[in-house]
Design a protein around this ligand. Sequence first.
Ligand code: FES
Ligand code: FES
Length: 155
Amino acid sequence: MIKFKINGTVTEVKDDPETPLLWVIRDTVGLKGTKFGCGKAFCGACSVHVEDQVVRSCSFPLKYAAGKSITTIEGISNGQKLHPVQKAWIEEQVPQCGYCQSGFIMSTVKLLEKNPNPSDKDINNSITNLCRCGTYSRVRKAIHKSAELIKKEQN
Ligand code: FES
Ligand code: FES
């Protein structure tokens, strides 16, 4: 058995310790917001937080999550209250098909925790997720909007 916390809930699973965390999240825990894209740590569709880090869960064995705190896209809002990054995504109408977007949002949440006022260059360097629909310019706008909304919430 491997025990971890996911979105604040202590959870124990019997999966093989080498199973990619993505499949444990989706199939064992049943949270489907984290997506499978490339399976090779390239695209970022499977991004989640493990403690303070963004992790590409398709390439992160379950054993490394033992005893850790995991957050998925389902865990970033506060009940019905959306995270500012989610609000900005809606305001800027970022998604097209939407498949890649939870990964972008998870990466953005951590970027803004570490750098509350990122430049375009910072965004290019930190947000390396891929979007087949090409939503990159709206993603960039939404990241700047997220930074504004976070500042407003803090004041
Ligand atoms: S599915 Fe994990 S990085 Fe693409
Ligand atoms: S919105 Fe379709 S892949 Fe990104």
